[in-house]
Design a protein around this ligand. Structure first.
Ligand code: KIV
Ligand code: ZN
Length: 532
């Protein structure tokens, strides 16, 4: 088989590598919501998880394969180390997908061989061949990654890749696992692979890279110029350590500068044919969804999706943009879906209009979620005249994000001011239905609320991040609170939105505490919570 590829395949790993960000843990429903949005965005492949890693990961990959991996949808991929049990778990979880892909990997750098795998090069070659063939016995589409390729001896890498392709790998992915290479080096590595792996024309060359030196996107673009045709990336660039190459940056670079990149893909420079399948107008919405559900905030100056990415502060710039946008803008905010913030609903809107708009925005809620989101919408609509799409997304994301059946906030009340000691009273409902009330004082109202909640929940933790952002402009805007807390080595995030930021703060905190509870031996904790 000969593989010719004149467009770039977008392989999204938000749900696998992205979820490896500390505190970004997502539950199965949240992963499914993100996967649906990734399909709407138009990614070609969704790496949905690492099925062998945990029952939760297995379930998420299986569910995504079933619901999103339908004919006409994206390929669904599961990660597997180069071992039989890993590959079997991936094959089983991917079974419902119309286009399943197994992604198997083994390290190839000497440093990994000596210290981590304790294997010789000959052993790694043999394992590669055997495990790629084993993966091919389950699915047609097999991706192979030589982990830490960026620091591997290129001559050894060529041999490994040749064996992997001969054994049936349809994609060979080149990871810069530690984010060490520079763009020129990474481009040369891809060129070397194209020139020295004899059967390379039978596979797609893919790249995967981490952002430790802030070079991942630049490395990938150099890789494209040298023959890479699949880019592995994540929304907002989240991922292990400094994260992965950001999908939105890659896609928009290829879109805005397509005349520059076209010739590298054998097209006329002036071709208007898109270089990727991505519907760029879905980018902003996807970014917000991932940020809300993972609790990983987007920095304001982040390229493409940061709050300031299209804001012009200097008078000279504002004047220029008013005269002609092209003076200071290389892309239109609309092209990433940024101005899609219509005022759609108000307090007279009914349940049907609410549900219809949610469907248009791509949210499919269960009856219980819909009821509860509608109640929340009505409460907000009473306080806030106009409910925009962004408000709706915020309300719904909040609803989906609730870990079920643990502690629930029934009441929060604070008293504060410049002449009083901030004091909070909270009432929480336990899963067993008991109502527990407690009160505390603090350095400020939020501190007092958190101390009062801690007195009830009694789960040691350290608050390491607290942030409030407004969803839209205006004094009645919804405030979104995102928090991260640490328990031992683990980090948990929480997110909530409300027109009252104290209420949002209480919900966000409880949201994170519920995740913490659920993560600690779910069975025991749920039982304990049920009795408290
Ligand atoms: O960074 C890495 O090397 C990976 C591999 C599993 C592809 O995530
Ligand atoms: Zn990675």
């Amino acid at each position: 088989m000969k593989t010719k590829q004149d467009r770039i395949i977008i392989f999204d790993t938000t749900l696998r590598d992205g979820e490896q960000s500390p505190g970004a843990t997502l539950n199965v429903d949240e992963k499914l919501t993100i996967a649906r949005q990734l399909a709407r965005l138009g990614v070609d492949v969704i790496e949905a998880g690492f099925p062998y890693a945990s029952p939760g990961d297995f379930e998420a990959v299986q569910k995504i394969a079933q619901v999103v991996g339908v004919e006409g949808g994206p390929a669904i991929c599961g990660l597997a180390r180069a071992t039989k049990p890993d590959i079997e778990a991936a094959a089983k979880a991917l079974k419902p997908a119309a286009h399943p892909r197994i992604h198997t990997f083994i390290a190839t750098s000497d440093i990994h061989l000596q210290h981590k795998l304790k294997k010789t090069r000959a052993q790694v070659l043999a394992i590669t061949e055997e495990m790629v063939a084993y993966a091919r016995s389950f699915v047609e589409d097999v991706e192979f990654s030589p982990e830490d390729a960026g620091r591997s001896d290129p001559e050894f890498l060529y041999q490994v890749l040749e064996r992997a392709i001969a054994a049936g790998a349809t994609t060979v992915n080149i990871p810069d696992t530690v984010g060490y290479t520079t763009p020129a080096e990474f481009g040369a590595l891809i060129r070397g692979i194209k020139e020295n792996v004899p059967n390379i024309d039978q596979a797609i060359i893919s790249v995967h890279g981490h952002n430790d030196l802030g070079l991942a996107v630049a490395n990938f673009l150099e890789a494209v110029k040298n023959g890479a045709r699949q880019l592995e990336c994540t929304i907002n660039g989240i991922g292990e350590r400094a994260g992965n190459a950001a999908l939105e940056e890659l896609v928009m670079a290829l879109h805005v500068r397509r005349q520059y990149f076209n010739p590298f893909l054998g097209r006329p420079a002036d071709s208007e044919e898109p270089l990727t399948n991505i519907d760029t107008r879905q980018i902003y919405k996807t970014s917000r969804l991932v940020s809300n559900l993972t609790g990983m905030l987007v920095q304001p100056n982040k390229a493409i999706v940061g709050a300031n990415a299209f804001a012009h502060e200097s008078g000279i710039h504002q004047d220029g943009v008013l005269k002609n946008k092209l003076t200071y803008e290389i892309m239109d905010a609309q092209s990433i879906g940024l101005t899609d913030n219509q005022i759609v609903l108000g307090k007279l809107s009914g349940r049907h209009a609410f549900q219809t708009r949610l469907k248009e925005l791509g949210f499919e809620l269960s009856d219980t979620e819909l009821n509860s989101a509608f109640l929340k919408f009505k409460t907000f609509a009473d306080k806030k005249k106009e409910i925009t799409d962004w408000d709706l997304e915020s309300i719904v994301n909040d609803e989906i994000q609730q870990p079920p059946e643990l502690f629930r906030l029934e009441l929060v009340q604070v008293s504060c001011g410049d002449h009083s000691r901030p004091t909070a009273t909270v009432t929480l409902r336990t899963p067993a239905g008991a109502e527990l009330t407690d009160a505390a004082t603090g350095t400020g109202p939020v501190d007092a609320v958190y101390k009062a909640i801690n007195r009830v929940v009694n789960m040691p933790n350290e608050l390491i991040e607290f942030s409030v952002q407004s969803v839209t402009a205006g004094i009645d805007a919804l405030g979104e609170v995102t928090i991260r807390l640490r328990h031992g080595e683990r980090v948990f995030s929480g997110h909530a939105a409300n027109t009252d930021i104290i209420v949002a703060s209480a919900h966000a905190y409880l949201n994170a505490l519920n995740r913490l509870y659920a993560a600690l031996q779910p069975a025991t904790v749920t039982a304990a919570a049920a009795q408290s």
